[in-house]
Write a protein that binds this ligand. Structure first.
Ligand code: GLC
Length: 508
């Protein structure tokens, strides 16, 4: 009974959500009646804040749908796996809607669907404990291919079961790439599915979802007609399949959209991107400026705002105290908050860390990732106690204490689809030093340019980076000029407002 009631409620809402704004013209005597109708968009993804987060994708899926939902013409939902790691404070409020069985190759697997409405966005969670009740991380299991094949297929079946067919299905990264392939290659016989347009967003082209060809039918259950799209270099490549079959491919900055046409950035997919160039778009991400707000953030030591930055000095002093660094106002703190993986440009930091630490600076590094980087950063933290503090962790609370307490934020990525940390740092008045790539190039302008809001360098080269850091340190010692720059940085608008409009346009 409970099931029926809940799914009924969902399909009623869905029934009202039809396409386009139609102007109904009647005879001259009658007034024009404008019927406002919604466009329905469903996002599919493997993580979204605040429910489950391991990286930038979660920030985007937690904030872009919320911004889009402010647009009365859009009806926005998100579908996620129901991981056991989602906190009870949310789970306890999830409402069971329905359950059914899903084909995963020759397997039949249970899927439950739960609904939770949060900040005007409907979040649907696909339940299957065999796949999503795991210890620790949400990725990195031997059967990730199977887990996300299940999720991608269950999401489509849930759409049919709940009768919530969207106008646009917006899939993100390899974990939901199979949804595009199923939809375009297997579900097109059903008119309701055939009408759905798909957007596939690449958040990072490095992770493509590659599996041995033996998984093609056995695991993914793909029909032969999609082999030409899905096969690449003798492997199943889910991202490639989605790029070929989707209506629109988007990525998270205009510069990255151009970069991935070239081998240096594309991890092998450059010919595929070039061939699909006509449907490629690049839209820069935004950040949730209510969540990341130094005026109200409860994680930071003292709140502050553009009009009164005095709290930032308190944040700095308390951060130094907490991390065992000398409490000095005059010494610049350089911060790095990053996943410790190669494309983040950590080799440049490794190359220059000791030179940098011979200057009068304090260096704080927060992140976790590849063991080689973790070990190196532990080593410099021990060798330069009182100057360098390294915390090997992913920690939201601490990250915001660092964003607010630091002076400079270093992000020398080799490649960076968008990058959110440089925007968050700016929001807290911490000046970014970045390499000109991907979204870093689209969000930070060098101080030498009109309206410059940071320091940028071009070549992936440690001497160039060090020269930029030195330029920043010189400016830091000129308080008047520095304060002017901080003011400009903190005022930069990185909200979703304009960016979400670009998405709405794209959906239309
Ligand atoms: C990935 C990218 C990062 C981007 C984020 C959100 O994590 O590496 O650059 O900001 O996705 O789109």
């Amino acid at each position: 009974m409970a099931n029926k009631k809940s799914s009924g409620a969902v399909s009623n809402a869905a029934d009202k959500a039809v396409t386009k704004t139609k102007t109904v013209k009647k005879s001259a005597a009658l007034p024009k009646i404008t019927v406002k109708e919604h466009k329905k968009v469903i996002f599919l993804g493997s993580e979204a804040a605040p429910f489950i987060a391991t990286g930038g994708l979660a920030d985007v899926l937690g904030s872009l749908p919320k911004e889009l939902a402010k647009n009365d013409d859009l009806d926005v939902s998100v579908m996620l796996p129901l991981y056991s790691n989602i906190a009870d404070e949310y789970r306890n409020n999830f409402k069971f809607l329905t359950n059914f069985y899903v084909s995963v190759g020759w397997r039949r697997q249970y899927a439950g669907v739960f609904l939770f409405e949060y900040q005007k966005v409907k979040f649907y969670f696909i339940d299957n404990e065999y796949y999503f009740k795991r210890e620790g991380n949400i990725y990195g299991f031997y059967d990730d291919g199977e887990r996300f094949a299940f999720f991608s297929r269950a999401a489509l079946d849930a759409i049919a079961r709940l009768n919530i067919y969207p106008d646009v299905l917006h899939c993100n990264d390899w974990q939901t790439a199979a949804s595009v392939i199923y939809l375009k290659g297997m579900y097109y016989g059903d008119e309701n599915f055939r009408k759905i347009k798909t957007v596939f967003t690449i958040h990072n082209i490095e992770y493509q979802g590659k599996f041995g060809m033996e998984t093609f039918a056995d695991l993914f259950g793909f029909p032969d007609n999609v082999k030409q799209f899905v096969e690449f270099d003798g492997f199943v490549n889910l991202m490639k399949g989605a790029i070929e079959m989707t209506d629109i491919v988007s990525t998270v900055s205009p510069t990255y959209a151009n970069e991935i046409k070239f081998p240096f950035y594309a991890h092998g997919l450059d010919p595929i991107i070039r061939r699909n160039e006509n449907k490629l778009r690049g839209i820069l991400n935004g950040i949730d400026i209510d969540y990341y707000n130094p005026k109200t953030d409860k994680c930071i030591f003292k709140n502050y705002s553009v009009s009164d930055l005095s709290g930032k000095a308190v944040c700095k002093a308390e951060l130094q105290k907490m991390l065992g660094l000398p409490e000095r106002k005059d010494v610049p703190i350089i911060a790095v908050i990053s996943r410790l993986v190669s494309h983040k440009g950590l080799d440049l930091i490794k190359d220059t860390a000791e030179k940098l630490l011979s200057c009068d600076v304090q260096l704080i590094i927060l992140g976790k990732g590849e063991i080689g980087y973790e070990n190196y950063f532990r080593y410099i933290s021990d060798a330069y106690q009182g100057k360098c503090c390294v915390i090997i962790a992913y920690n939201q609370d601490l990250s915001r204490k660092i964003y607010s307490g630091a002076d400079l934020f270093l992000m020398p990525s080799k490649s960076e689809p968008c990058g959110l940390s440089q925007m968050i740092a700016s929001r807290y008045g911490t000046v970014p030093i970045v390499r000109e790539t991907g979204g870093l190039n689209d969000s930070i302008k060098d101080i030498s340019e009109d309206g410059g809001n940071g320091f940028t360098f071009h070549e992936y080269n440690s001497d160039e980076m060090l020269a930029k850091i030195n330029q920043a340190l010189t400016l830091y010692s000129d308080k008047e000029k520095w304060n002017k720059l901080v003011n400009r940085v903190i005022k930069t608008d990185f909200s979703w407002k304009k960016q979400a409009e670009l998405y709405s346009e794209m959906y239309k």
